[in-house]
Design a protein around this ligand. Structure first.
Ligand SMILES: *[C@@H]1O[C@H](CO)[C@@H](O)[C@H](O)[C@H]1NC(C)=O
Ligand SMILES: *[C@@H]1O[C@H](CO)[C@@H](O)[C@H](O)[C@H]1NC(C)=O
Ligand SMILES: *[C@@H]1O[C@H](CO)[C@@H](O)[C@H](O)[C@H]1NC(C)=O
Ligand SMILES: *[C@@H]1O[C@H](CO)[C@@H](O)[C@H](O)[C@H]1NC(C)=O
Ligand SMILES: *[C@@H]1O[C@H](CO)[C@@H](O)[C@H](O)[C@H]1NC(C)=O
Length: 506
């Protein structure tokens, strides 16, 4: 029996220069990373009664966490994708778990107040009562069944749609919105909706939120449309995300989304260390509270104050820092070295000319250039995308780093076009280890990284040793390039990435 089980709770507050401003008003949000109790035989059909007995175990945990969150002042709580029913079902085996969820745009219904109004809605009933009894907004994920007929050309042969669905209840238990996940991730139990749904909902405490689910985060629709057309500045995001280092662990992409679009993001993952699922957080443009733990099987409730969003702020995309303050112009001229005329970045002398090499990172063939010496200036290109790195470190480390570029179609576990610039710690000491999974590093490095992306959709993130997130000092556009810089980190650098998506090339 190991009595020294550590619950790794990472709570980080940092300032973020781009978005430094004073907010007057806050609300309190909660997310619960749930260690979902799974059906041990998800591919075997079961009765409604057996499905309800299974889901009750998860709902009992939800009920407890909602009460705790409410006591801590939460006005909204978000639960993860698949948190009630689990995953790995087939189209047939999930049938006992389905409820026909009425369209909240058509009927106004509080299942807690009117439990008999629609049949077989036990899960909706329990969730509604949790919201009502604790007077908070509640977001959860469950499967929805919607009958369809021959008049609908998209109707599946068995006469019904089965949707991976988020439901949103207000603080009196009324079902106010539902969202059917668009971008399914190998979920054979479910259909994509025939038309992408853009779902927003209003709250009394913080105005408008948009919602999308898990894999959706990598695609234009519905997420980017919610931001651009519906002017959403707050997102709730249930996920069941399998972490992938070094670029796409759940907390990286969640915070990157909040940073890229300067919005509030309530992201919540399933907790399942065997499947590599963890990573949830409450992210704002300038602060994050998050959780990452692959060592225990404990769920985790996060509760945090969140500043109300600012709707009229000019985007940093249209107002980059002036060239005087631009970090590239004074990167090598910091306090310590301003007067040191002898200082010349080693690689800029040309005496060490590093060769590029190829290595596979997350199934993509990256072109890398090794990061050598204490200081340097590197460029590496793939097609029309060139990534540029300036760096400084106090001594030559025994850890290998490389600057990588990828400009191409990603085709494994989903198809999506990427433009990526990434500074990574390599998993080992050989070039072919660059791009491999690693979470620890001891090298402190100041860096400025930029790329001349063809897309405007770039997700910046910095990962430090031990799965800690950092905020860039500055991030945004400078002329034709998107850049990010960071100095004086207190932990080793694992990854600094500008993850660009070119949606129209998918
Ligand atoms: C469920 O599916 C995931 C992803 O497809 C797979 O990696 C995992 O092994 C499956 N888990 C179980 C318990 O069947
Ligand atoms: C509950 O919320 C709904 C939707 O906002 C509202 O129409 C209704 O009047 C509320 N009911 C009560 C009892 O407050
Ligand atoms: C935001 O901008 C709109 C017009 O663009 C204006 O009507 C509104 O008053 C502004 N709101 C704030 C809070 O400044
Ligand atoms: C990566 O791309 C390079 C250049 O196109 C090629 O030589 C190399 O074989 C590729 N590597 C892999 C693993 O596909
Ligand atoms: C990026 O820079 C390289 C090198 O200067 C140039 O060849 C390329 O055309 C640029 N790409 C874009 C998209 O502007």
């Amino acid at each position: 029996m190991d009595l020294t089980i550590l619950v790794k709770v990472v709570v980080l507050w940092q300032s973020h220069i781009v978005s430094s401003q004073t907010y007057g008003t806050y609300y309190t949000a909660a997310v619960y990373e749930h260690n979902v109790i799974l059906n041990p035989n998800p591919s075997v059909p079961c009765s409604r009664q057996a499905a309800l007995e299974h889901m009750k175990k998860n709902l009992d945990v939800y009920e407890e966490k909602v009460a705790t969150a409410a006591k801590k002042g939460a006005q909204i709580i978000v639960f993860p994708e698949d948190g009630i029913h689990g995953f790995n079902f087939t189209r047939q085996s999930i049938v006992g778990y389905l409820e026909s969820i009425p369209d909240p745009q058509v009927v106004s219904w509080s299942p807690c107040l009117q439990p008999g109004r629609f049949p077989h809605t036990e899960v909706l009933h329990r969730l509604s009562c949790m919201a009502k009894n604790n007077a908070l907004y509640l977001v959860a994920n469950m499967p929805d069944s919607q009958d369809c007929g021959s008049s609908d050309p998209h109707c599946p042969p068995d006469g019904r749609y089965q949707f991976n669905t988020d439901v949103i209840f207000n603080d009196n238990g009324t079902l106010i919105a539902k969202y059917h996940k668009q971008n399914l991730y190998f979920e054979s139990a479910f259909d994509s909706p025939p038309e992408c749904e853009h779902v927003i909902f209003d709250t009394t405490f913080a105005g408008r939120f948009g919602i999308f689910t898990c894999f959706d985060i990598l695609f234009y629709d519905p997420g980017i449309t919610l931001l651009e057309k519906y002017k959403v500045k707050q997102v709730v995001y249930p996920a069941a995300w399998m972490n992938q280092l070094p670029l796409l662990s759940a907390i990286q992409i969640q915070q990157a989304f909040a940073t890229a679009f300067e919005l509030n993001f309530l992201g919540v993952n399933i907790h399942n260390s065997l499947l590599g699922m963890t990573g949830s957080g409450i992210y704002t443009p300038s602060h994050s509270v998050y959780h990452y733990d692959l060592d225990t099987s404990e769920g985790k409730l996060l509760v945090s104050k969140v500043p109300l969003p600012v709707y009229n702020k000019t985007s940093h995309k249209t107002s980059p820092p002036s060239s005087k303050t631009h970090p590239i112009n004074n990167f090598f001229l910091n306090e310590n070295r301003e007067c040191d005329k002898s200082f010349v970045p080693k690689l800029m002398t040309g005496s060490v000319r590093a060769e590029t090499f190829h290595s596979v990172m997350m199934y993509d063939n990256y072109t890398f250039i090794p990061v050598m010496g204490t200081d340097g200036d590197l460029t590496v290109c793939d097609g029309l995308l060139c990534c540029h790195l300036l760096y400084h470190r106090s001594h030559i480390p025994d850890e290998l780093y490389a600057l990588g570029v990828f400009n191409g179609l990603h085709v494994v576990h989903g198809t999506y076009y990427l433009e990526v610039c990434a500074l990574v710690r390599c998993a080992g000491s050989t070039f072919d280890s660059c791009g491999g999974e690693i979470a620890e590093a001891s090298t402190l490095m100041d860096f400025y990284i930029e790329g001349n992306f063809s897309t405007q959709y770039i997700f910046p993130s910095i990962l430090a040793s031990g799965m800690q997130l950092a905020f860039p000092d500055l991030v945004g556009w400078e002329q034709e390039s998107y850049f990010m810089n960071k100095k004086s980190m207190s932990s080793g650098l694992v990854t600094a990435v500008l993850y660009g998506r070119v949606y129209e090339k998918d």
